[in-house]
Design a protein around this ligand. Structure first.
Ligand SMILES: CC(C)(COP(=O)(O)OP(=O)(O)OC[C@H]1O[C@@H](n2cnc3c(N)ncnc32)[C@H](O)[C@@H]1OP(=O)(O)O)[C@@H](O)C(=O)NCCC(=O)NCCS
Length: 224
């Protein structure tokens, strides 16, 4: 399987919204992604499959249609609205369907990752690394000094991912999450343009490519 990484386009918004709701059900709704897209300080990257046909057993099923059990007249109306406004029904998976996304805010010196999520059925296959690596690479191109983020203290999988890429815990925000008042670890990298970090990052990328294969990236489009 070859993964691809590119910047978000408007057609991705419904699928990214679904991934967001699945990953962060208690923090939704939030500000519309469409508004973020107008802000030059915010970027979204999405990871996709370059050749979906190479992924046997991963044929995506459309989400269950909530109207399937409804009486015929309602289903007829639904057919008509689907033709008139194709986005009003479940999104049909395409070759370019996002499997995960990352959102980064560029502040004065710092690139702050506000969200990173992979579709549940695709976790554990290297997509989180593709997204985090892409965010860090974009931050390097934009000459950010460090990359920072907050993460729930209980989110051991995400913390392991960040630690792999050199993030260290530098503080705690007490009761940061409004849903369960959980604390957040504040994590940050060392300066990402330092020789030591660049070396570490390149080693990680090399190890990734050897283990999982190349990633097709078009980060030039990511506002870098
Ligand atoms: C966190 C998340 C983005 C990771 O994505 P992923 O595609 O599953 O991660 P990858 O397969 O690329 O894993 C890369 C590394 O992350 C770490 N990791 C990821 N999931 C892990 C888990 N469940 N347990 C332990 N380590 C884990 C490992 O270090 C792994 O490297 P390895 O393969 O060499 O062991 C994904 O689990 C997710 O979407 N979670 C829900 C949303 C979320 O919590 N986001 C973070 C908010 S701060």
């Amino acid at each position: 399987m070859t993964f691809a990484l590119r910047s978000l386009c408007e057609a991705d918004i419904p699928e990214v919204g679904r991934i967001e709701r699945e990953a962060f059900p208690t923090l939704w709704p939030r500000a519309p992604i469409k508004n973020d897209m107008k802000n030059k300080r915010i970027i979204y990257l999405v990871a996709t499959l370059l050749h979906p046909e190479e992924a046997p057993g991963h044929e995506e099923e459309p989400p269950p249609d909530p109207l399937a059990e409804y009486p015929m007249p309602l289903r007829l109306i639904r057919n008509v609205t689907d033709r008139l406004w194709p986005n009003s029904g479940p999104a049909a998976p395409t070759n370019d369907t996002p499997l995960g996304y990352v959102c980064v805010w560029f502040l004065t010196e710092e690139a702050h990752i506000t969200a990173i999520a992979v579709k549940e059925s695709w976790r554990g296959q290297g997509l989180g690394e593709v997204l985090l690596g892409g965010a860090i690479e974009t931050a390097m191109r934009r000459k950010s000094r460090v990359v920072t983020l907050e993460v729930r203290v209980s989110n051991h999988g995400a913390i392991a991912l960040y630690e792999k890429y050199g993030f260290k815990r530098v503080g705690v925000r007490k009761r940061y999450y409004s849903d369960n008042r959980e604390d957040a670890n504040i994590m940050t990298t060392e300066p990402i343009l330092s020789l030591s970090y660049q070396r570490k990052f390149l080693e990680l990328r090399d190890a990734y490519f050897k283990r999982r294969g190349a990633v097709e990236t078009s980060l030039g489009l990511a506002g870098a």
